[in-house]
Design a protein around this ligand. Structure first.
Ligand SMILES: Cc1cc2nc3c(=O)[nH]c(=O)nc-3n(C[C@H](O)[C@H](O)[C@H](O)COP(=O)(O)OP(=O)(O)OC[C@H]3O[C@@H](n4cnc5c(N)ncnc54)[C@H](O)[C@@H]3O)c2cc1C
Length: 371
């Protein structure tokens, strides 16, 4: 039995530990805080199939199938059935990228159907599409189900160092423990690059801080959602019509609260601190201003905040990669929640076969901008 350590119980580490255990590995899952308390924190993420890099679509489609398997396994809804809406000039590119995938139903939305599905949104008569099998990921339910299943593997310890001791084993040192494993998998989010560097792997991870706000519906917004007879879809707004491009939004499981974020973050200093705290506040103010213009169905006073460090790779906002050498594997990237089940599967395969599957080897630059 392969003795494996997974460092980090965010959604990716949880998925990796779950996939490893399902394949018969002996797994210890190290986590310094509450599972899901890092970049995976907060209610709701968007599941969408469209990505600039067509190679990523296949991984995401595989992930969608695995989310369904998890729903069966855990007996809980993990992706809402209400679809993912995108608006703006990028819609035609998205439809073109998804065309070869006959198992990924997508279609254009008329202004009337857009309004029916998303009555919170101000009038928009430009390009709009629906990704039918997209939706809002039930993040808290997913983390809770996996953490519960893995509770016997979970060790509440902060990992200080990881190093190869000989050709066959990798040592993990925490505040109070020191163990060796056949293989160590780093899924520690912001902690991955520093731990990997100590063991000789250099990951070009950039760190920034991000903010996402949640809003309650106005009375009219609540009525609109209920009138359509279905839950709200997620939204990606690349139109620029409401003063911002790169906006994403997702409903809470209650179907009414909507969380809204602007893509972009504010960078960290080399010492790990936030370079410009005022920039984070400005991002929050811009989000409120966007909601006033674009989402008149929401009360523009935020009821909830997610402030979070995010990690990204230099080749794109959806960039993801796996580094693997001699018993040590590390994963880094951004916008990973939707791919987590497939990434967990790929990490387990990497550990057990010694080969990084698909296009996930970092040299392939999966998720690169410009396709
Ligand atoms: C506001 C926001 C909105 C987002 N929207 C989307 C979206 O719509 N769709 C999407 O797919 N993705 C989205 N993302 C991105 C997605 O949430 C992240 O990519 C994903 O959650 C990363 O998961 P992870 O497990 O890799 O990292 P994390 O969740 O950060 O997990 C890493 C874990 O490792 C632990 N750790 C770190 N260092 C150590 C150590 N030394 N010892 C022990 N434990 C350690 C941390 O405590 C943490 O729990 C969004 C992110 C944010 C912040």
């Amino acid at each position: 039995m392969t003795r494996t350590a997974v460092v980090g119980a965010g959604i990716v580490g949880l998925a990796a530990a779950h996939a490893l255990r399902a394949r018969g590995a002996d797994v210890t899952l190290y986590e310094s805080g509450p599972p899901g308390g890092g970049q995976s924190a907060g209610q709701g993420r968007i599941f969408r199939h469209a990505h600039e890099d067509p190679r990523l679509v296949a991984l995401v489609a595989r992930s969608r199938a695995l989310w369904r398997e998890w729903e069966q396994e855990f007996g809980v809804e993990l992706v809402s059935p209400d679809g993912a809406v995108a608006i703006g000039v990028g819609v035609e590119d998205k439809l073109r990228t998804l065309e070869p995938y006959t198992d990924v139903p997508v279609r254009r939305l008329s202004p009337e159907e857009l309004h029916d599905r998303l009555p919170l949104l101000a009038g928009w008569a430009g390009p709009a599409m629906l990704d039918v099998h997209g939706g809002a990921i039930r993040t808290l339910a997913a983390v809770a189900a996996l953490a519960h299943r893995l509770q016997e593997s979970l060790l509440r310890e902060h990992v200080l160092s990881v190093r190869r001791t000989d050709a066959r084993s990798v040592e993990v040192r925490t505040g109070t423990t020191c163990e060796t494993y056949d293989h160590v998998v780093l899924c520690a989010g912001r902690g991955t690059a520093p731990l990997a560097r100590g063991a000789g792997l250099d990951l070009p991870v950039e760190v920034g801080a991000h903010v996402r706000l949640t809003f309650a519906p106005t009375d009219g917004g609540a009525r609109g959602g209920a009138a359509s007879g279905r839950g709200l879809p997620t939204l990606q707004d690349g139109s620029g019509a409401f003063g911002e491009t790169g906006v994403y939004a997702a409903p809470y499981p209650d179907g009414h609260h909507f969380s809204v974020g602007l893509s972009g973050d504010t960078p960290a200093h080399a010492d790990g601190g936030l370079a410009d705290p005022a920039a984070l506040a400005a991002l929050a103010d811009r989000t409120v201003a966007y909601v006033r213009r674009a989402l008149p169905g929401l009360d523009p006073r935020p009821v909830d905040h997610v402030h979070c460090w995010v990690t990204r790779l230099p080749w794109g906002d959806d960039g993801v990669g796996i580094w693997s050498e001699d018993g040590l594997t590390a994963l880094a990237g951004h916008n990973l929640f939707k791919q987590a089940p497939a990434l967990g599967e790929a990490l387990a395969e990497t550990v057990l076969s010694g080969t990084v599957p698909g296009h996930l080897h970092h040299e392939e630059r999966l998720g690169r901008s410009g396709g």
